[in-house]
Design a protein around this ligand. Sequence first.
Ligand SMILES: [Zn+2]
Ligand SMILES: [Zn+2]
Length: 262
Amino acid sequence: MLELCTLASGSSGNSLLVSDGNTHILVDAGISCRRITTALKGLGIDPASLSAVLITHEHTDHISGLTTLTKQRKVPVYASRGTGRQLCYRIAFLDEVLHPFTPGESFSIGSIDIETFPTPHDAAESTGYALSQGGRKAAVVTDLGHVTPEVEAGIRGANLLVAEANHDVEWLRSGPYPYFLKDRILGNRGHLSNEAGAALVCSAVAAGASTVVLAHLSHENNTPERARQVVGDSLTRMGAVPGRDVLLDVAPRSEPGRRYAV
Ligand SMILES: [Zn+2]
Ligand SMILES: [Zn+2]
C-alpha cells in the first residue's frame, strides 16, 4: 500500500514522500537536508534507506536541500534531461547520481511505478509525476501556469491528487508584488490560481480521485482557508461534497502534513 506525506509546501520549500514501507521516494528536496532527515525520522523512516529523489524542476524552493542530500547519502536523483542539466550546473558531482529521462517516459523504482509528464512552467523542462502500485495512483502537479492535455492525461486515474492552488487572482492583482512578478505568476508558465486549481481538482474527482491535497499556496496572496473554500465550493457545485464524498486538505507550509493512504 502506498502512503503519501507532504514534508513542506509553498514558495519557501517543497518536498513530499511517497512510500510503500520498503521503497521511499521523495518528490523534490526544497527544504534543508536536516529538515528532511528530521521529517523522515518522524515518519519512522531511516534516512539512509531513502530510495530516490524525483525533481520537478530546478527552482530553489524545490532543490535547496539536494546538494547536502546527495553529498551525504548518494541518493539517486531522477530529473528530466533539461532539469538535470540545470542541476549539474548548480551541484557538484550530481551527474554521478543523476538518472535523466524525457517527460512522457515511465520507469520503476523498487516496486513503485513512476509516470512522468511535462508541465508548463518557467523552468528548463519541468515535470509532473504519478506514482502507482497495485492499481493505486498518486499524482503530484504543482508549479504550472495552466492545465495542458499532457497534465490532464498524467493525472488520469489518480486516487490521490496533490494539486497547486497558488493564489487568489484578485488578491494577487491588488497586492504589493511588482508588476513583472504579478505578470509572471499569472502567466501561462507561472502558477495555478485557486480557481484554476479547482477546475483541475474537479476533473480529477470526476474521474475517481477520493483524496485531494492543495499545495504550493502563496504566503502573500492566499490563505489555506481561501484555497479550501474556492476548491470546496467548486466540488460541492459538481455534487462531490468535501468531507462526505472526497477528502480535501491543504498541505501545511512548513511542517509535515498528514499521512494519506493512496
Ligand atoms: Zn517553480
Ligand atoms: Zn515552486
